[in-house]
Design a protein around this ligand. Structure first.
Ligand code: 7TS
Length: 408
């Protein structure tokens, strides 16, 4: 079972916005949470909470077990080799900053290259910009096709012996394109570099296997995959993590401390200074249980089906511009209606109960290339259905009528 029937499990989706039932098409920004996740967090706070890795008391042990159990669950979900390769962070942004600050600052120098694309979310661009400024390394952008598709040969040809890092979103949060990360991983390994994958828009939507993809580092967020805010993951191959300096320093990440020196614990704890997001880890584990209950193959097929139907339907409406490819899009559909500003479209949609994102989607360089300041983005997830696609289509017709003079 997937689609609208799941709304039973999502209290927030059962409400009306004004007189209209809520049509939530903004899951790429943040997904909603099933009752199972909300209850797992409440249960944890009502019965098991204490700080982790410290006390010998019963609650301390329960909390530690829950937190480390969540780590094991994430390991299984992305098929990592060992739980010590899973670092809990605040989210994708924090994970990418951690890599740039620790691995990046240690390994890069003048003349080295970081290969990326103009399609990246700011979270997978700005940390590399700063790293390049600080180390004298150079950013190399691989040019996608006018539709935003990244050609595999172009990508692998841009990787040279100077390449130390390839940093790519697996799925673009604007275009929904799937970037050829496997070919990039194989090529960058030939030249002794590493690949960093921004999995914010891919891990929530597809079966994942970091070993099969041969990914060195992977960043993703709990809140985009039915989990709570405030938690994300940095996966790293153990042999890389064990040679990396910590990011933040403080409690819980040390082995020994004297007044002038300290030594670090092994990964993953070396990278988790201070009290970690324990309840959030519990919630993320419950989200993974829920997704696995649906089956990730099913989840992927479902979001692809909805995105494809919506792309086809909106593509047939005169005056609608769709950004990115018409086929093979993953979960997001980005468009504008005539010359109507995206914020105006989103405001009219909201009056119909339809929630979409409007703006630059934290990808200003990509917006510039598309020749627009902002676009409307509808995104689909497990609880959406064809009815939501139909509501979106009706919304577009309504906006056209509302701003009729634009179409003269
Ligand atoms: N990378 C990609 C590809 C994203 O889509 C996002 C969030 C991030 C990184 C950052 O994730 P965070 O959890 O650390 O914020 N994307 C969006 C979006 O498209 N609309 O709102 C947030």
């Amino acid at each position: 079972m997937i689609g609208r029937a799941l709304i039973e499990d999502f209290p927030i989706l059962q409400q009306k916005i004004g007189d209209a039932p809520l049509v939530y098409l903004d899951s790429a920004a943040s997904s909603q949470k099933p009752r199972a996740v909300i209850e797992a967090i409440s249960r944890y706070y009502e019965h098991d909470h204490a700080n982790v890795h410290r006390g010998v008391h019963t609650l301390g042990s329960r909390a530690t077990e829950a937190y480390e159990g969540a780590r094991e669950k994430v390991r299984r979900f992305i098929h990592a080799r060992r739980a010590s390769e899973i670092v809990f962070t605040r989210g994708t942004t924090a994970s990418l900053n951690l890599i740039a600050k620790t691995y990046g600052e240690a390994k890069l120098g003048p003349g080295d290259e970081i290969v990326l694309t103009p399609n990246e979310h700011h979270a997978n661009l700005l940390p590399w910009q700063r790293l390049a400024r600080q180390t004298g390394a150079r950013l190399v952008f691989v040019e996608p096709s006018p539709e935003g598709i990244l050609d595999e040969t172009r990508l692998t040809q841009a990787i040279s012996p100077r390449t130390k890092i390839v940093a790519l979103a697996h799925v673009s949060n604007v275009l929904g394109t799937i970037q050829p990360i496997q070919a990039a991983a194989a090529r960058v390994h030939e030249v002794g570099g590493v690949i960093v994958i921004d999995g914010a828009q891919s891990v929530p939507h597809m079966p994942y296997d970091v070993q099969a993809l041969d990914i060195d580092f992977l960043a993703f967020s709990g809140h985009k995959m039915l989990g709570p805010t405030g938690i994300g993951v940095l996966y790293g191959k153990y042999e890389l993590l064990k040679d990396m300096e910590p990011y933040e320093l403080g409690g819980e990440m040390i082995d020994t401390v004297s007044l002038h020196e300290a030594t670090w614990r092994d990964p993953p704890w070396r990278f988790e200074a201070g009290t970690p997001p324990i309840a959030e880890a519990v919630g993320l584990a419950a989200a993974i249980d829920y997704l696995e209950g649906l089956g990730m193959n099913e989840v992927e097929a479902h979001v692809l089906r909805l995105t494809e139907s919506a792309t086809r339907a909106l593509g047939e409406i005169p005056g609608v511009t769709i950004y990115g490819p018409r086929a093979g899009r993953h979960a997001v559909l980005t468009f504008n209606i005539g010359s109507i500003h995206a914020h105006d479209t989103a405001t009219v949609f909201d009056s119909m109960g339809i929630a979409v994102r409007a703006g630059h989607h934290c990808a200003q360089p990509l917006m510039k290339r598309l020749g627009v300041n902002s676009t409307v983005r509808a995104s689909f997830y497990v609880y959406n259905d064809m009815q939501d696609v139909e509501a979106l289509v009706a919304g577009v017709h309504h906006v056209k009528e509302f701003f009729g003079d634009v179409f003269g």
